[in-house]
Design a protein around this ligand. Structure first.
Ligand SMILES: Cc1cc2nc3c(=O)[nH]c(=O)nc-3n(C[C@H](O)[C@H](O)[C@H](O)COP(=O)(O)O)c2cc1C
Length: 174
C-alpha cells in the first residue's frame, strides 16, 4: 500500500512531526512531499496523510491549493489530516475550521501534532509574531487566576497514535 505524506510547514516543526511519523511507520511504503516545493498527485497513492502549520489562522496557501485541486482523489482514498499550531487552547477550534468540511468528514483522523513557539532561528518578522503569541498565552494563563503554563511543544504521543492508526488501516486493507 503506497502512503503519501504531503505537508506544508514553514519553520521546521511541521517537518519534525512528519519525520517522526515516517519513523513510526517503520517498514511501510511511505513517500513524503513538501507541498511548498513539489507537485503531488494524490491519485498515485492508496492512503494520504495531509497537513501543515497554522499561520494567521489559516493553513499555508500551497496546502489550501492542494485541497482544492486534489479534493476528489482525497475523498476516494483513506485520509488523515493533521496540523501544527502555537495556540494549544485553539486547537479544538482549528480542528473544526482549518480543513474543507467534506475532507474533515471523510478523514479517519484529524489530529493536532502540537507546535512550537520557539523564536531561535526564525526570520525577524516571524520572531516578532511568535513573541506576541507567547505573551498572549502568558497573559491568558495569569488571567485564569492560577498560573498554568501552556507553551506548546510537539506532541510525539499524538504522532505515534496516528502512526498506529495508519498501521491498523493498512493491515485491514491488505
Ligand atoms: C507568522 C506566524 C503566524 C502564526 N500564526 C498562528 C496562528 O494564527 N495561530 C496559532 O495557533 N499559531 C500561529 N503560529 C504558530 C505556528 O503555528 C507554530 O509556530 C507552528 O509550530 C509553526 O510550524 P512550522 O515550524 O512548520 O512553521 C504562527 C507562527 C508564525 C511564525
Amino acid at each position: 500500500m503506497r502512503i503519501l505524506i504531503a505537508y506544508a510547514g514553514r519553520n521546521g516543526s511541521t517537518r519534525t512531526c512528519v519525520e517522526r511519523l515516517v519513523g513510526a511507520l517503520g517498514h511501510l511504503d511511505v513517500t513524503v512531499k513538501d507541498l511548498n516545493t513539489e507537485q503531488v498527485q494524490a491519485a498515485e497513492y492508496d492512503l494520504c496523510v495531509v497537513g501543515g502549520c497554522v499561520r494567521f489562522g489559516r493553513l499555508q496557501p500551497s496546502l489550501r491549493r492542494f485541497f482544492k485541486t486534489q479534493e476528489q482523489a482525497l475523498l476516494e482514498r483513506p485520509l488523515v489530516l493533521f496540523f501544527c499550531c502555537g495556540l494549544t487552547h485553539e486547537s479544538e477550534y482549528y480542528q473544526e475550521v482549518l480543513f474543507p468540511k467534506c475532507l474533515r468528514e471523510h478523514a479517519f483522523e484529524n489530529v493536532y501534532f502540537g507546535g512550537s513557539l520557539r523564536t531561535d532561528g526564525l526570520p525577524w518578522m516571524d520572531k516578532l509574531l511568535v513573541k506576541a503569541l507567547r505573551s498572549s498565552i502568558a497573559e491568558s494563563d495569569i488571567e485564569d487566576g492560577e498560573y498554568t503554563p501552556s507553551m506548546p511543544g510537539i506532541l510525539p504521543e499524538n504522532v505515534d497514535r496516528v502512526a498506529a492508526s495508519i498501521r491498523r488501516e493498512t493491515a485491514q486493507r491488505k
